[in-house]
Design a protein around this ligand. Structure first.
Ligand SMILES: CC(C)(COP(=O)(O)OP(=O)(O)OC[C@H]1O[C@@H](n2cnc3c(N)ncnc32)[C@H](O)[C@@H]1OP(=O)(O)O)[C@@H](O)C(=O)NCCC(=O)NCCS
Length: 153
C-alpha cells in the first residue's frame, strides 16, 4: 500500500473518486444543495484547478490487487492537503490542512484509514510541516476516534 501523488492530468479520476466518496454525506443535505455543492467543489475543472495550484497536494491511497499478474495497484481512497502561507490556526509555520481524507466504502473498517493517515502524517512531516490541522463533523465518531488517536485535538 502506498501514496500516489496526483497531478493535473489526474483531475478526471480524482473528481470521480471525490464524488463517489462524498456521497457518504448525501443524506445530510437537500438533494439540490448536495448536487450544486458537488458541481462547485468536485467537478473536473475545480479538481484540475486545485491540482495546478502550488498550495494543494492530493494523493491516491493505492492498494495492491491480490493475484494481479503485473503486481497492479488500485486507488481505494484519497487525501487532499492545503498548505497555508498565513497563520490559520495556532501553531508554528509551515502549516498544512488535511482538507479531505476519504476511503471508498468497501475498504473502510479494515485498518486502511489508520495506515494511510500514518503515511500522510509522515509525508507531511518530511515535507517540513510543523502544524497540521483538519476539520471534522462533530458526529463523525469514526474519524474523530482515528484523528484523536493520532494526537489531533
Ligand atoms: C474515517 C475513515 C478515513 C477511517 O478509515 P477506516 O479504514 O474506516 O478506519 P480503520 O479501520 O483504519 O480504523 C481506524 C480507527 O478508526 C476508528 N474506527 C474505525 N471504525 C470505527 C467504528 N465503526 N466506530 C468507531 N470508531 C471506528 C477507531 O478508532 C479505529 O482505531 P483502531 O485502529 O484502534 O481500531 C474512513 O472510514 C472514511 O473514509 N470514512 C468516510 C469519510 C470520512 O469520514 N472522512 C473523514 C472526515 S473528512
Amino acid at each position: 500500500m502506498h501514496l500516489l501523488k496526483l497531478g493535473p492530468d489526474d483531475a478526471e479520476t480524482l473528481s470521480a473518486m471525490a464524488i463517489e466518496t462524498f456521497h457518504a454525506w448525501a443524506h445530510l443535505y437537500p438533494d439540490d444543495v448536495f448536487r450544486s455543492y458537488l458541481d462547485e467543489s468536485f467537478s473536473v475543472e475545480a479538481t484540475r484547478s486545485n491540482l495546478e495550484s502550488p498550495e494543494y497536494e492530493a494523493y491516491f491511497f493505492m492498494d495492491t490487487v491480490p493475484g494481479a499478474a503485473d503486481g497492479g495497484a488500485r486507488p481505494i481512497g484519497y487525501c487532499q492537503m492545503r498548505w497555508h502561507r498565513g497563520q490559520t490556526v495556532q501553531g508554528p509555520a509551515p502549516c498544512v490542512e488535511i482538507e479531505r481524507f476519504y476511503l471508498l466504502k468497501e475498504f473502510q473498517g479494515q485498518g486502511a484509514g489508520r495506515y494511510f493517515l500514518n503515511a500522510t502524517i509522515e509525508l507531511l512531516l518530511a515535507k517540513g510541516a510543523r502544524t497540521m490541522w483538519l476539520k471534522v463533523w462533530d458526529q463523525n465518531e469514526k474519524a474523530l476516534a482515528l484523528y484523536r488517536s493520532k494526537g489531533f485535538r
